[in-house]
Design a protein around this ligand. Structure first.
Ligand SMILES: Nc1nc2c(ncn2[C@@H]2O[C@H](COP(=O)(O)OP(=O)(O)O)[C@@H](O)[C@H]2O)c(=O)[nH]1
Ligand SMILES: [Mg+2]
Length: 182
């Protein structure tokens, strides 16, 4: 897909996850200086959203795959090469406050990871247990444990989980640390 392929040999960060999990908001708050409250009325991302940013002194492309099933499926099929090549870090965002969707998230997490690791076996796989502000600390731990088991994260090499919220001012630091760990 020309939109994704053009002039793009920079390292990439990919944000994937179901609709409404918080992908656009994370990018807006961490990289575009937006207030968390202003993300409330975000519209669904259609197909892809792409942005170049500077992270630890390096130019990086951030790509968000729209979370509707049609876009997830397209990214795994038609646009697979465009989406997964040059990928260094994959962020899979899960709305931790919506456990009814864990199964569905798991279905896509598995496929997305498979593709990412097929293209680059060293891709960093990061799962954001996101919107932790909506649940108590205790409940968050329980939910993270629940989906870590369901997602079989221990079987995905180097996969790591972070509890995140756009209301945490340290969100950008978490992303930066992950990037620098690579
Ligand atoms: N409470 C809470 N809401 C969030 C958080 N992150 C995103 N949201 C909200 O979730 C909704 C969907 O966010 P969006 O970024 O469009 O999700 P996307 O479809 O994954 O890109 C928006 O109303 C956001 O304000 C978070 O950490 N906590
Ligand atoms: Mg979006």
């Amino acid at each position: 897909m020309a939109y994704l392929d053009s002039e793009d040999i920079t390292d990439r960060i990919l944000f994937v996850g179901l609709s409404q999990s918080g992908k656009t908001s994370i990018i807006q708050v961490a990289f575009e200086g937006m207030n968390p409250e202003s993300t409330l009325d975000n519209q669904a991302t259609l197909r892809f959203r792409k942005k170049k940013i500077e992270l630890s002194g390096q130019i990086v492309s951030i790509i968000e795959v729209g979370g509707q099933i049609q876009f997830l499926e397209e990214s795994l099929n038609t646009y697979k090469e465009s989406v997964f090549s040059h990928l260094r870090t994959l962020f899979f965002v899960v709305d931790v406050a919506n456990p009814d969707l864990f199964e569905k998230a798991n279905y896509y997490l598995k496929q997305v990871c498979q593709n990412a690791l097929d293209f680059n076996e060293n891709t960093q796989i990061i799962v954001f247990a996101h919107k932790v502000d909506l649940v108590s600390k205790k409940e968050a731990s329980r939910l993270i444990e629940k989906f870590s088991e369901l997602f079989e994260l221990d079987k995905i090499s180097r996969a790591k989980v972070y509890a995140t919220t756009i209301f945490d001012e340290g969100l950008i630091d978490i992303i930066q640390e992950i990037w620098e760990e690579q």
